[in-house]
Design a protein around this ligand. Structure first.
Ligand code: HEM
Length: 311
């Protein structure tokens, strides 16, 4: 998902939250909103958003209204941010004014128990759990496996065909994500996860109509299959009494303050949530790294000198 859309879905200035705060202080003063259009009642601008490439929809708005504009899509009044300064304002300097929310259709696709849809103890516990399963020691142990994935990815590019760097980086990031979540996993499970996750990814940003045959409906069905695959993996682990030190192992071992373990759907929602959070973000960064290394040969040489690998 392009960073721009990520910013929209992840944080976007939940207008009601922001304006209700303002209105409490000065009851008669209406919140000043940025330029833009809210479209029709209820559906807002969801139809124009989907009748063209969403990137073109945003580009046209940006040209017309500037880097900060309002709109209404997928049942949510939003303020769209398209500049690094605005993103910094929301994510860093004024983060306390904002609360992450997602449109309901997206929440359903990822899984309502995923940590980023929650606040309070559940959110704090799971956030700590995810962070601790990705500690430098864990990453250090995974390096040989990550290197093997990197080499096999590079080998798959060896023929002369043209590749799309971002798509290839997404595949790479997904393989590494699977390693982080499940450690070494049977090929059968890996393939099933990959195929179904890919269908979910394709339908994630599509129009949320659950009619048979639509991309959204296919994604919802694939999401159900993903939960089944994860349930089989959990069953397998429990039978073999192998809980593991990967993210799944941490989730299976987790108990909250009251000694309550996580239910299987909470585990599945958080696994899919983490794969989702990790994939496009990492793939974008890797794509930019490839671009800048390609554009700056001196930098590329310096990187080669500092990494003791054979090139
Ligand atoms: C360069 C890569 C990445 C970027 C740019 C990125 C960016 C972000 C941003 C902007 C947020 C929202 C922060 C907030 O609400 O305060 C976030 C949250 C999150 N990210 Fe990442 N991320 C990256 C990689 C990853 C990876 C590799 C993982 C998983 C292993 C991950 C897991 C998460 C999770 C679980 C959350 C939700 C945290 C919460 O709700 O407290 N991210 N990420």
């Amino acid at each position: 998902m392009p960073t721009f859309i990520l910013i929209l879905l992840f944080i976007l200035t939940v207008l009601s939250f922001f304006s209700s705060k303002k209105q409490k202080r000065k009851p008669k003063q209406k919140a000043k909103l940025p330029p833009g259009s809210m479209g029709w009642p209820y559906i807002g601008e969801t139809l124009p958003f989907y009748s063209q490439d969403p990137n073109d929809f945003f580009a046209e708005k940006q040209k017309r209204y500037g880097e900060i504009f309002k709109t209404h899509v997928l049942g949510c009044p939003c303020v769209m941010l398209a500049s690094p300064e605005a993103a910094r304002f929301v994510l860093a300097s004024h983060a306390h004014l904002f609360k992450p929310t997602y449109p309901k259709s997206k929440e359903k696709m990822i899984g309502p128990s995923a940590l980023f849809f929650h606040q309070g103890d559940y959110h704090t516990d799971l956030r700590k759990l995810v962070q601790s399963s990705l500690s430098p020691e864990v990453i250090r142990k995974l390096i040989p496996d990550i290197e093997a994935v990197a080499i096999s990815t590079l080998e798959s590019w060896a023929s002369d065909q043209v590749i799309n760097t971002f798509h290839e980086m997404k595949k790479f990031a997904f393989e590494v994500g699977i390693l982080f979540v499940f450690g070494h996993l049977d090929r059968k499970y890996r393939e099933e996860l990959k195929e179904n996750y890919c269908t979910v990814d394709k339908g994630y940003n599509s129009f949320p109509s659950n009619l048979p045959g639509t991309a959204y409906n296919k994604a919802i069905m694939a999401r159900k299959r993903l939960a089944r695959v994860i349930s089989e993996i959990i069953c397998d682990r429990k039978e073999k009494r192998l809980l593991g030190k990967d993210l799944l192992g941490h989730l299976l071992n987790f108990k909250d303050k009251r000694g309550q373990a996580l239910a299987e759907d909470q585990i599945a929602d958080n696994i899919i949530g983490v794969l989702f959070a990790a994939q496009d973000t990492t793939a974008s960064v890797l794509t930019w790294i490839v671009k800048y290394l390609h554009d700056d040969q001196k930098l590329l040489e310096a990187v080669k000198v500092n990494i003791p690998w054979k090139f």
